[in-house]
Design a protein around this ligand. Structure first.
Ligand SMILES: Nc1nc2c(ncn2[C@@H]2O[C@H](COP(=O)(O)OP(=O)(O)OP(=O)(O)O)[C@@H](O)[C@H]2O)c(=O)[nH]1
Ligand SMILES: [Zn+2]
Length: 204
């Protein structure tokens, strides 16, 4: 699955490549849902909606087609830098696996290299590859930590995610302001002083 903009005669054309069979099947289910909630899926404004939603869902859940470890491995560079590297405020758009509603927030990632560094964008790509799946925030946090630890073998990894869950805002308990914070640490970040330095730097 790919989403790209392709220049042609000075114009930009949107090219979406989704498996046509899968897209058709998903859209048929959404057509039924639209009718079942009391709408008329054949009315003009809704005719293209099932197809749009089918593409949209495939976009939002594209992480299943990505290999996060491979993403990291694709840009590993030998480097003798053994201090903390932090990429903070990485936007997260994930989908809660209980209600299939978004949870939205930020991830802050730190690691201390052990002979190898990785491309900074690859850290954000790893976050996206796991976020674009049906998730709970706790598992998302741990998967990112495990991936970086296992692939880069750094002296330590720190992951903090802060997110708001639409399933708690739009429905259910309807708490508009609550934020959920999850964290996971390995190696050097298990020491209080290192962890506190990380927390101070992401808050700064
Ligand atoms: N731990 C965790 N829980 C989550 C996450 N996303 C949603 N939930 C919770 O999943 C739970 C599902 O509980 P259920 O009682 O089965 O579902 P429900 O009846 O829709 O629950 P309410 O949201 O309380 O109305 C809810 O408490 C949600 O708040 C997440 O990322 N992590
Ligand atoms: Zn939910």
């Amino acid at each position: 699955m790919e989403f790209s903009l392709n220049g042609e005669n000075g114009k930009y054309r949107k090219i979406e490549q989704y498996d046509p069979e899968t897209t058709k099947e998903i859209s048929e289910h959404y057509k039924k849902i639209i009718d079942l909630v009391g709408e008329d899926s054949s009315r003009e404004g809704l005719q293209q909606t099932p197809m749009r939603v089918a593409k949209s869902m495939q976009f939002l859940l594209q992480g299943y087609e990505q290999d996060p470890e491979e993403i990291l491995r694709s840009a590993m560079f030998k480097e003798d830098y053994r201090q903390m590297v932090i990429v903070k405020d990485i936007e997260i758009y994930s989908m809660c696996e209980h209600h299939m509603l978004p949870f939205i927030g930020k991830a802050h990632i730190g690691y201390i290299p052990n002979g190898y560094i990785t491309g900074l964008s690859k850290i954000a790509r790893v976050v996206d590859a796991y976020a674009r799946r049906l998730q709970v925030q706790e598992r998302l946090t741990t998967q990112i930590k495990d991936c970086i630890q296992q692939t880069l073998n750094p002296l330590g990894v720190a992951v903090v995610i802060e997110a708001q869950h639409l399933c708690m805002q739009m429905r259910g308990i309807q708490k508009q302001s609550s934020t959920t914070t999850t964290s996971d640490f390995t190696g050097a970040f298990e020491r209080v002083a290192t962890r506190e330095e990380f927390i101070r730097l992401i808050r700064g």
